[in-house]
Design a protein around this ligand. Structure first.
Ligand code: MN
Length: 232
């Protein structure tokens, strides 16, 4: 038996819709701009940027959401989340849906926007803006065996009942199979990886006391309340 110096941290897990089994989270990849935020925005020629959050940033999308330390501009981004069940590298788009994707979820790519602006200006890393505690709430994972591979359907987010973001999955500039294939040419994907696929227009700030409601049609919806301080 392996002799650890101290007890190994328990894996981050998410509930699975319709099952008592848990989805073990390996890593979190987030895709940059992947929807048109303006109607006249030209089609991109290059694949979008990607960045990561630690698995420990993932929390079930329910209950409370602590306002993070170190920011005065805590922003919401609703995204379709792809859950990888079988990893690999140099996957083809056809292989991605047939074998790699285990399921889908609705998630928030929460962002300390002021720190992101500072990082962009300084040419510094995005982790302070993106990779903080509780920064990746995620709904229960829906197995692809149950929901198929969604190519269309609304994703939306409202704050205190006022809609802020709404788009259709068909508007993804880089569809899921191409996105996952692209990532797999850069890193070897692992079972348990989550891929946040980018957010549509309408990102904006959250304040303590706000109720965030969001979802992806046919995949999941949730509501969380922003609390005033750092959670345990
Ligand atoms: Mn995002």
């Amino acid at each position: 038996m392996t002799d650890f110096a101290f007890p190994a941290p328990a894996p981050t897990t998410l509930p699975i819709a319709g099952s008592s089994a848990l989805f073990p989270v390996a890593r979190v990849f987030c895709i940059g701009r992947n929807y048109r935020w303006r109607a006249d925005e030209p089609a991109p020629r290059d694949m979008p940027a990607w960045f990561m959050k630690p698995a420990s940033a993932v929390v079930p999308a329910s209950g409370t959401l602590p306002y993070p330390a170190g920011t005065e501009d805590f922003c919401h981004e609703i995204e379709l989340v792809v859950a990888i069940g079988r990893g690999g590298r140099d996957l083809t788009p056809a292989h991605v849906e047939a074998q790699a994707i285990w399921g889908y979820a609705a998630g928030l790519d929460l962002t300390r926007r002021d720190l992101q602006q500072q990082a962009k200006l300084a040419g510094g890393p995005w982790e302070p803006a993106k990779a903080f505690d509780h920064s990746a709430p995620c709904s229960p994972i829906v197995p692809a065996a149950a929901c198929g591979h969604p190519r269309q359907g609304a994703l939306w987010l409202a704050v205190n009942g006022v809609e802020r973001q709404r788009a259709d999955l068909s508007a993804l500039l880089w569809p899921v199979p191409e996105l996952v294939a692209m990532l797999s040419r850069s890193v070897t994907l692992m079972p348990g990886d989550l891929i946040y696929t980018g957010t549509p227009a309408g990102v904006g700030p959250l304040l303590p006391g706000d109720v965030v409601s969001a979802g992806v049609a046919g995949i999941g919806q949730f509501s969380m309340t922003v609390t005033g301080g750092r959670a345990a």
